[in-house]
Ligand binder design. Structure first.
Ligand code: WTA
Length: 665
């Protein structure tokens, strides 16, 4: 039996929602009266035209009744950036620190106040306008974890441009595909950055991406704006005498960030945006292989991000909050940039890795900045667990009150380590389940309010009502396991896939008409806790990075020696899941170390280093049904070396299974 952890007095004393009863009451109210509930938060913001009573939310989730749509606060007009910055400065937070920036090297750090950040954003907003970027234009962003990245995103929001951030661990192919798909006008990057002792020359990747975008998709960006970052940070490895020899410069297209902002006014009138105007887009992997441009809009996202941050992290005015996620993922968007600023919070933003210069870097920073809320991913926790407890014990972590987890289910062992060692047995853990598509947390525990079970995501956030469905679409009441779906929208849910509303309806709303389908399975236990069991589509989650099997298979079959490939997920002690790949070769091709290396390299090149396969296995054939569908269930067993494969009678050639076991590396 799983032990239930009640919130400790230490957390309850200061918490906003201080009992399970109060949570339930508020949750009930949020569902019965969404307008009443969300208006309270919306009313804190500045509106050029406020939300109109009676017109707060409208939606259709049932494709049989017509187009799927979601609208919140239609008719209202505002600007997200203005609310995050100018509003807070006007409220007296001008001198408050918005971010403590901590560089990869411990000698590099800085800070920025709300007032200064406003000025920087205004200058860059004006610079973007001068570069021909206007309302609705897309701006591709390929940047490290530096303050300019935040400035760039907020400047886009200020002038109504739609930022499309691509995680700077993606390859040039992936960047090319993403910036072409959204037809980005401008690309913003940095010359390079260090991660630990590794130098990443981002400018080169951007140049390659631009070339590929041109060749493959006939797409050109007008300008590439480059932050000069390498020359102001402490090098962590060897550099040439002149760092400009690391990359090429194209006078026609490339422009330094500092040249562009020089002399720009620190006043930049915001573009007033309708509630449902786009705020940003962010690509996430799709099960067909082509990335999906998830689109979020203005008012609903702002209100939802604000509320989740406030309640889930139980943020109070003097707290110091730190989310370790990269800005290239949705967690970085909502919980590094938008929601902390909306709450006038002080955050830490960290460029480096948990292992540089040593394995205690995270804990050193918690101690240095006296962090009160710490939000990270299970994969990081597991990796740090392996480093040994002495790295933790070197530091004083008593400032912590709330610990967050995101990206994948957290295994009870990691949860307990996090709870006992990092949290000292006094902090609440918020295991936050959500998706790029949901915009903010949808299932979580609430510090001070809800009990916790190690590994359970807990309970729905306000305004969220989850259902579990069986294969026939019947609702499962009480304890049980099924598809995790939602019958009604909360303000932060995505509105469409950029340029492809058909696909949006097909992917998320066609399996069970009337419901948004997450693609995850979940179990409700006898106490009402929800446990997310993982993806039920052909998606993998490696270190919290989602990718589709089809995407990787597509890359593997590009190699001329490979005729067919099948990829499955294999459990991994640190990464959660890892890629196990089966390849069938073309006639005459040889399976050898050279092939394995080229395949691994190809996946890194096409997708990114984080997608590199762990195992590539020679396959004499694949287990297929008579209709030609690959039975991945069997491949997963082979990957595990588990001979208990069950019924294989539907296979066209059951003999292939034994051969696959024999050819395991
Ligand atoms: C998984 C990341 C269990 C899930 C915010 C989801 C989780 C996908 C959790 C979305 C969690 C995320 N427990 N599973 N706490 N958080 N997931 O779009 O499979 O990068 O569908 O958003 O990650 O990943 P995405």
């Amino acid at each position: 039996m799983t032990r239930v952890y009640q919130p400790t007095d230490y957390v309850v004393e200061k918490s906003r929602v201080s009992s399970f009863e109060k949570y339930k009451e508020m949750h009930k109210k949020s569902l019965e009266d969404p307008e009443g509930f969300w208006s309270e938060i919306a009313n804190e913001f500045y509106w050029q035209t406020p939300p109109q009573p009676g017109n707060f939310v409208s939606y259709n989730f049932d494709i049989n009744k017509g187009n799927v749509f979601v609208k919140w606060m239609e008719g209202a007009v505002t600007n997200v950036c203005f609310n995050l910055l100018d509003r807070n400065v006007r409220k007296g937070h001008g001198d408050k620190i918005a971010y403590y920036w901590e560089g990869n090297h411990p000698d590099d750090y800085s800070r920025v106040t709300y007032k200064k950040l406003t000025e920087l954003v205004c200058q860059f907003g004006n610079a973007l306008r001068d570069s021909g970027v206007g309302k609705g234009d897309r701006v591709a962003v390929y940047m490290p974890m530096i303050l300019e990245t935040v400035v760039c995103m907020l400047a886009c929001a200020r002038i109504g441009a739609v930022h499309s951030v691509v995680f700077a661990g993606f390859s040039s192919d992936s960047l090319a595909e993403r910036m072409s798909d959204c037809n980005a006008k401008v690309l913003v990057t940095a010359d390079g950055a260090w991660r630990g002792e590794k130098l990443l020359v981002l400018k080169n990747i951007c140049d390659e991406a631009q070339q590929k975008a041109k060749q493959k998709y006939n797409h050109n960006v007008n300008t590439c704006i480059v932050v000069s970052h390498l020359n102001r940070v402490t090098p962590c490895g060897r550099l040439p005498d002149d760092i400009r020899t690391l990359y090429k410069w194209n006078d026609e297209k490339d422009i330094w960030w500092h040249d562009l902002v020089e002399g720009q006014s620190t006043i930049c009138p915001p573009e007033w945006m309708a509630a449902e105007d786009p705020l940003f887009m962010l690509y996430t992997s799709g099960s067909t292989g082509k990335p999906k441009g998830v689109l979020h809009t203005t008012a609903g996202y702002l209100v939802y991000a604000t509320a989740t941050f406030r309640y889930v992290f139980d943020y109070a005015e003097k707290d110091i909050y730190w989310c370790t996620a990269d800005v290239g993922w949705i967690t970085g968007h909502t919980y590094v940039v938008y929601s902390p600023l909306a709450n006038a919070a002080t955050s830490v933003i960290f460029e480096g890795t948990p292992f540089y210069p040593d394995n205690d870097r995270y804990w050193a920073l918690v101690d240095k900045y006296k962090v009160t809320q710490f939000y990270t991913a299970p994969t990081a926790i597991r990796a740090l667990t392996k480093c040994g407890d002495e790295y933790v014990k070197m530091h004083d972590l008593k400032s912590l009150r709330v610990l967050g987890s995101v990206g994948e289910p957290i295994n009870p062992e990691a949860w307990l380590w996090y709870y006992n060692l990092i949290g000292g047995g006094r902090c609440s853990i918020a295991d936050t389940f959500w998706q790029t598509e949901t915009g903010g947390h949808v299932l979580t525990s609430l510090p001070g309010a809800t009990p916790m079970k190690p590994g359970a995501a807990g309970f729905p956030f306000f305004g969220v009502e989850p259902s579990l469905l069986d294969e026939n679409g019947q609702v499962i009441e009480g304890p049980g396991e099924g598809y995790l779906v939602f019958a009604q929208p909360w303000p932060g849910i995505m509105r469409t896939l950029f340029g492809d509303h058909q696909r949006y309806q097909q992917v998320y709303f066609s399996k069970f008409p009337g419901y948004y389908c997450t693609g995850d399975g979940a179990r409700r236990d006898e106490d009402g806790f929800l446990w997310v069991t993982g993806r039920i589509d052909d998606m993998l989650n490696v270190s919290g990075h989602l990718m589709s099997t089809a995407e990787v298979e597509g890359v593997l079959t590009e190699e001329p020696r490979v005729s067919e490939a099948a990829v499955v997920s294999k459990p991994h002690p640190i990464k959660g899941e890892s890629l196990y790949c089966f390849v069938i070769l073309n006639d005459g091709a040889v399976f050898d170390a050279d092939l394995i290396n080229s395949l691994k390299k190809l996946v890194r090149q096409r997708i990114g280093a984080f997608a590199a396969p762990d195992v590539i296995q020679y396959a004499p054939g694949l287990p297929k049904t008579r209709s030609g569908k690959i039975m991945r269930r069997i491949l997963r067993k082979v990957a595990m070396g588990d001979h208990d494969i069950g019924d294989t009678s539907t296979l066209a050639d059951p003999g292939v299974v034994e051969e696959l076991f024999k050819s395991r590396p």
